[in-house]
Design a protein around this ligand. Structure first.
Ligand code: PHE
Length: 385
């Protein structure tokens, strides 16, 4: 408390002096002007009145006014410093009510998840994983697989040819192209390892397909091949039905339809009951109740001969399926292009909690939150079948 001065004019200002410590920034500035303003500040006016006073009084009163002025200046300065410190503290404060940042949780691409699950099922059946080149010669991609030159089956297998000299090797050469299916790896496996063989061969394949909701010019396939003495169509069916039950669920119905591939005879296509409507018919299965899963058949004797295998002694079966397509069906994804976009909001929906790994915390209302129920409800990643 500033002490009384004995001058009523000055004492009248003391309560204002005390109040300075309670003012906010705007009031502080107003008060500074009201007290010290050059034209009409209260203290300024008192100082201006000094020359009108008699000399004796002027000295004593002048000293008292100046002391009060210094006091006012000191309090204004200290209040100002206090307000600035408060503002700084507010700026730097941690707001504990802010939503926490999400921990970044990585996950496998849904097509990778599906691929690995399929390979795992066949691994348990004794199939080894084999990979072959994505750039093939005409011989491996077509000739060895018994495609007659100019056969209409080639139409579905139009692809990009490399601007490189053809491989001059008989019969294995020809022009270089991006393989249109993984079936050429069948030939490479048989050339490298005489029967008995069982292999699954994952990889990308390329066709002149449009990029639309159900097609892509590059997509993945998994080829399967089993060649041994005494393998029959029964082995083919038993293997593929077992696969379907492991992958889609034990009560999933499957059916085989006759088909045609130059490299298998007889040939078939396997359908599984639609995962979404369970056979009732829905837009995803075009009201048929079935989803086409893979092509298959008994390895054509010409293919065995082209691979140096004794076709009198050995028989085998082969199959080919598309993980991109299977992922589309399993997760009910409406557009295959979503698998190629790299949009994290789409891909995050497939990240599932695994032991030792935290599930992501979606922000309320973000697209991940809405989609998650779907991605997790169906399929649930690995081990759900
Ligand atoms: N290669 C065939 C395709 O791409 C699929 C297939 C593989 C069919 C093996 C039968 C046997 O359509």
């Amino acid at each position: 408390m500033a002490s009384r001065t004995g001058y009523p004019d000055l004492d009248a200002l003391l309560p204002r002096l005390e109040r300075i410590a309670t003012l906010d920034a705007a009031a502080l500035e107003a008060e500074q002007i009201a007290l010290l303003g050059r034209k009409s500040g209260a203290i300024t006016l008192l100082l201006k009145s000094l020359p009108t006073l008699p000399l004796e009084e002027r000295r004593a009163f002048g000293a008292a006014v100046n002391q009060l002025k210094q006091e006012v200046e000191a309090r204004l300065a200290s209040r100002k410093a206090a307000l600035e410190a408060e503002a700084r503290a507010r700026r730097e404060a941690v707001d504990l009510t802010m939503p926490a940042r999400r921990r970044w949780v990585g996950g496998e691409h849904p097509v990778t998840v599906v691929t690995e699950e399929i390979l795992q099922i066949f691994h348990e059946l004794g199939f080894a994983v084999v990979v072959g080149p994505e750039v093939e010669t005409e011989w491996f991609n077509f000739g060895a697989l018994n495609f007659p030159a100019d056969h209409p089956a080639l139409d579905m297998h139009d692809t990009l040819y490399l601007d490189a000299p053809p491989v001059d090797e008989r019969p294995a050469g020809g022009r270089l192209l991006l393989r249109t299916h993984t079936s050429p790896v069948q030939i490479r496996v048989l050339l490298a390892s005489p029967p008995p063989v069982r292999g699954v061969m994952p990889g990308m394949v390329y066709r002149s397909d449009p990029f639309d909701p159900s097609h892509a010019p590059g997509f993945s396939q998994i080829e399967g091949l089993a060649v041994d003495e005494g393998i029959s169509f029964v082995d083919l069916k038993a293997t593929l039905v077992h696969f379907a039950h492991r992958f889609f669920g034990p009560s999933t119905r499957v059916r085989f339809r006759p088909s045609y591939f130059p490299f298998t005879e007889p040939s078939a296509e396997m359908d599984a009951e639609c995962l979404l409507c369970h056979g009732a018919g829905c837009p995803a299965c075009k009201q048929s109740g079935w989803m086409e899963i893979l092509g298959c058949g008994m390895v054509h004797p010409a293919v065995l001969r082209n691979s140096g295998v004794d076709a009198e002694r050995y028989t085998g079966f082969a199959f080919g399926m598309g993980p991109h397509r299977i992922a589309l069906l399993r997760y009910g994804v409406p557009d295959i292009r979503l698998f190629y976009d790299g949009d994290m909001r789409f891909l995050e929906q497939f990240v599932t909690a695994e032991p030792g790994r935290e599930a992501p915390h979606p922000r309320p209302g973000d697209p991940t939150e809405r989609g998650r129920g779907r991605g997790q409800g169906r399929g649930r990643g690995r081990g759900s079948a």
